[in-house]
Design a protein around this ligand. Structure first.
Ligand code: AMP
Length: 277
């Protein structure tokens, strides 16, 4: 695997590959890689010739400095996992390679930014768009691969690509789960053994509402889901919502394109999950 820490060296290498007629697939990550990330690499390998994975813990998308500081950064293990997955290229820049001091960014994407995750993490999606725009500009991928796990993030990035007319195809890949159903996340390693058990309520509630989605009133389903989340020890929900899969507007009656999204603190770890209904 080729490893680059500077934009210039990466761009030079990718330009050579493009001249050879190779298509470029891109998997942006913040590292602490797990099977969810590797599934994105595998999808990229099936659809493109050269797969670039980036590992960059992006400071501008964290609204809590403690969360940024605590974010796991096991680079040596990550490199081994990428080599094992036969990823072609790793880009892992330092913060100063990506940002000049005092740099500003704002893109108006309308209501999408402020719903759900955006409401509980102000500024988060501006930071996400800022870094993804920069990474797309450096890598110039033909296709970029993202997880359904960060459902709203996919819609936000799609909107940015549409508004700025960026020449990249976005691919959404399914959520990889642990054997018991917990969505894989880099944050899961922060859970204690007890919290890990309680965290399963997120998946269990999503499964239950999916089962009852077309037979029970949506307001009742939501109320019951929130009760179950609130009753689980060490779990404090931020939201549980049924929304339209494209607009994220609330869904109050049965719809074939609904998605249920949940975010909760489990102990001191913030987890999200979702399921298409
Ligand atoms: P992150 O490193 O958390 O920024 O995630 C990098 C990419 O991996 C994003 O596109 C995530 O949606 C995706 N991802 C994270 N967890 C999973 C998972 N459990 N299954 C599939 N994709 C995931």
């Amino acid at each position: 695997m080729k490893k680059f820490t500077t934009k210039n060296e990466l761009q030079h290498y990718l330009q050579q590959q493009r001249l050879k007629g190779k298509s470029i697939g891109f998997v942006p990550t913040m590292g602490a890689l797990h099977a969810g990330h590797i599934s994105l690499i595998k999808s990229a390998q099936q659809q493109t010739d050269i797969v670039v994975c980036s590992i960059f813990v992006n400071p501008t998308q964290f609204n809590d400095p403690k969360d940024l500081e605590k974010y796991p950064r096991p680079l040596i293990e990550d490199i081994a996992k990428l080599e094992n997955a036969r990823c072609d290229v790793l880009f892992h820049p330092e913060v100063h390679e990506m940002y000049m001091s005092g740099e500003q960014w704002h893109l108006d994407i309308g209501a999408l930014e402020h719903k759900l995750e955006g409401a509980t993490r102000p500024g988060h999606y501006q930071g996400v768009m800022q870094v993804v725009f920069k990474l797309f500009d450096i890598v110039q991928p033909d296709k970029a691969f993202f997880g359904q796990k960060d459902y709203q993030q996919f819609l936000v990035i799609s909107k940015m690509v549409e508004l700025l007319n960026l020449n990249v195809q976005l691919v959404m890949c399914p959520i990889e789960r642990e054997a018991d159903g917990l969505a894989m996340s880099s944050r899961n390693i922060r859970l204690s053994a007890a919290e890990r058990k309680h965290a399963l309520i997120l998946f269990n509630v999503l499964e239950a509402v999916k089962r009852d989605f077309n037979i029970t009133d949506i307001a009742r389903l939501k109320k019951h889901a929130l009760e179950q989340l609130n009753n689980e020890p060490q779990v404090e929900p931020y939201y549980f919502e049924f929304v339209d899969a494209h607009t994220l507007e609330p869904v109050n009656t049965y719809s074939e394109k609904a998605v249920a999204l949940v975010a909760a603190m489990v102990g001191s770890t913030r987890l999200i999950d979702n399921m298409l209904m």
